[in-house]
Design a protein around this ligand. Sequence first.
Ligand code: SF4
Ligand code: SF4
Ligand code: SF4
Length: 384
Amino acid sequence: MTKELIQFALHEFEKQENSIQKIYENRLCSFCGACILVCPVDAIEYHDTQIVVNDLCTKCGDCLVICSQNQKERYQTKLFQKESNKKINQYFSKFKSIPFGFFNNLYNCKTTKKDIRDHAMVGGATLAILSCTLKEKEVDKIIATEFIENKQFPTAVSTNSYDRLLKSGGSKYLPTMSLEILKEISQDEKINSCIITTLPCQAYVIEKLRNQKETEDLVKKIKYVITLLCGSGLPTREDVEVFLKKKKIETNPNDLEIHRERRKKLWRINPQHEERYIYKSEDGREYDFSSKQILRTRKKPNCSSICPDYTGIHSDISIGGSSISRNLIITRTEKGEELVKEAISKGYLKDLKKFNFLERIIIKFMGNNKRKINREYYKKLFRN
Ligand code: SF4
Ligand code: SF4
Ligand code: SF4
């Protein structure tokens, strides 16, 4: 199945009418929000993780060009050339097969601040860097995602408040359409610069927007891009439907409440934030599932089936976590490097220097798992 999807992603998009609808219907959508951002006539509607292209569509094709899942360009540019991994291979000598992309430096860090740790998913590195960037006035706004009342899925927000930033803490591997907010940011005269936290596919779109004359203004205020490592994609509405059916729960995904809470697991040193799907049935029974449980019942491919990027190679800084409350930080640009160094020197982050064996195993497992998912894609990529 993956092979057919790759062929579709690499060759068929431009031949299809209404391709954005096709991307969604073929379960390739990563809910990045880029198509809504660029559509000149607001023809793309997004409700409850469903995408509908309405009759206003003029078939201009702008949405298709920018779509993060239109992989043709990625395939042609061979972003994962083996030589780019030389330095990482020296560091992770046994783990040559993980595609990390170009990078400057690697850090193993955790935050030193208790309030950040309490709101973070793992080691708090992302929140620590964002807090430092805000307090040192490097940027006017931070673009993050948070749960807003009456909305089932998280929403992109821009803020310069430290308290609000803390509330937005923790990765949210849920559909957010967060790039949609860039239109508002680009038009707001009070904002001159911002930092954005994204998934790898969204960082790729930001790079695409930067490289097109017609869209460069939408991203010119973005000073830094921080990307969270993303291994298996996001649970879609259809995944939730399949899961509920399998569990013989008769309801629809909209009846589920999604929220985040800290949970302790046997194999984790510290409790971590998790997205929980909660459902209270009419007969008073309460069901409580994690997004990982939902993804386990996923039979069909999703965005990760064709997504080659685990670490976010288009960002200034990539950040991942491990079960032992630390973060892997990959700096890819000089300005990303400076930001991390500043967070360390100002006491927001503690540099733990080396990765231990367990952390290396986790990173290897995550990177290779994604490669396994889209093995066909990689085969093709390295063959050409
Ligand atoms: S083809 Fe053009 S008008 Fe139609 S949805 Fe895409 S961007 Fe909008
Ligand atoms: S992947 Fe992004 S750009 Fe493509 S259809 Fe989904 S939301 Fe739109
Ligand atoms: S797997 Fe790839 S396309 Fe899907 S959400 Fe993660 S980074 Fe985006």
